[in-house]
Design a protein around this ligand. Structure first.
Ligand code: J9T
Length: 269
């Protein structure tokens, strides 16, 4: 896969030279080019922003440097190649999830456009649709100062799904089998640490019991921290012990879905 990032702070992307993603680049599994938006300006001050039409606080990124930089990146490909995907990190985008990461990991080329200030002139997105598949993408419901940190997160989430990047592909398989639930808690040696014991079942050697305990911990955590995830959970084929675990958490199975019992307590524990 090839990734291009356009930013006014190319140094912000330096961490992508480290760890798993840095190794993937060294191994030739991932080509990553970072471009400085200011290299595509033509005025003496290398201006990238201006005041917003209609008034209001802050500055807006000028369209022309974006068109110049993105056209240069888009043109750098074989004539027969498909349009690259242009990802524009923004709190106003569609939500980036593990499913998005899997989708984007299938692409040959991704381009990330890091906005700063109040955003990029909207006409850039219209113009770019002629050269790219444009996807405004949000990491969640909060605001950052620029798209760079969001790109770091997305490139890591996508990059680790590329063949050969994660040393033990079983880690990926286990994640994808988690049914949209939160992960179970994990422990390592020593078994007693500062008077705290590792749950005894994990030392029992009973692999059936361990698997069931872990699953039930996933249910408990998800009910407590992310009850929204349980709305989509397929409960149709749950074994009796798992239904009981959910009943203890205040959930019944109705038509194959989990439904919070009306008389369940104020929290999910
Ligand atoms: C400037 O970009 C952002 O503020 C941003 C990008 C992606 N996701 C967010 N939640 C915010």
């Amino acid at each position: 896969m090839r990734i291009d990032v356009v930013s006014i702070f190319p140094d912000y992307l330096a961490p992508l030279e480290l760890s798993l993603i840095g190794k993937a680049r060294q191994d030739g599994l991932l080509e990553l080019n970072v471009h400085d938006l200011r290299d595509f300006t033509t005025d003496r001050h290398r201006t990238v922003d201006d005041t917003p039409y209609g008034g209001g606080a802050g500055m807006v990124m000028k369209p022309e440097p974006w068109a110049q930089s993105l056209a240069a990146v888009a043109a750098d490909r074989p004539a027969e190649a498909a349009k690259p995907v242009l990802i524009v990190p923004s709190p106003a985008g569609e939500r980036f999830t593990q499913a998005t990461a899997h989708e984007l990991a299938e692409e040959d080329r991704l381009v990330f456009a890091c906005g700063r200030y109040e955003g990029i002139d909207e006409r850039v997105m219209e113009w770019a649709a002629g050269h790219f598949t444009v996807r405004p993408v949000s990491l969640g419901d909060y605001v950052l100062n620029g798209g760079e940190v969001a790109v770091l997160a997305m490139v890591e989430a996508i990059g680790r799904l590329l063949p050969g990047v994660v040393g033990n592909p079983e880690s990926l398989v286990e994640e994808s089998h988690s049914d949209g639930l939160l992960e179970y808690p994990v422990y390592t040696k020593p078994s007693n640490w500062r008077d705290r014991e590792v749950p005894a079942v994990l030392l029992s050697g009973n692999h059936g019991k361990i698997a069931q305990w872990r699953r039930h911990e996933q249910y408990r955590r998800t009910a407590e921290r992310r009850p929204d995830l349980l709305e989509a959970f397929d409960a149709a084929k749950l074994p009796r012990a798992d239904r009981t675990a959910f009943a203890d958490l205040g959930y019944d199975v109705v038509d194959g879905y989990l439904v919070r019992r009306a008389d369940a307590g104020g929290d999910s524990g």
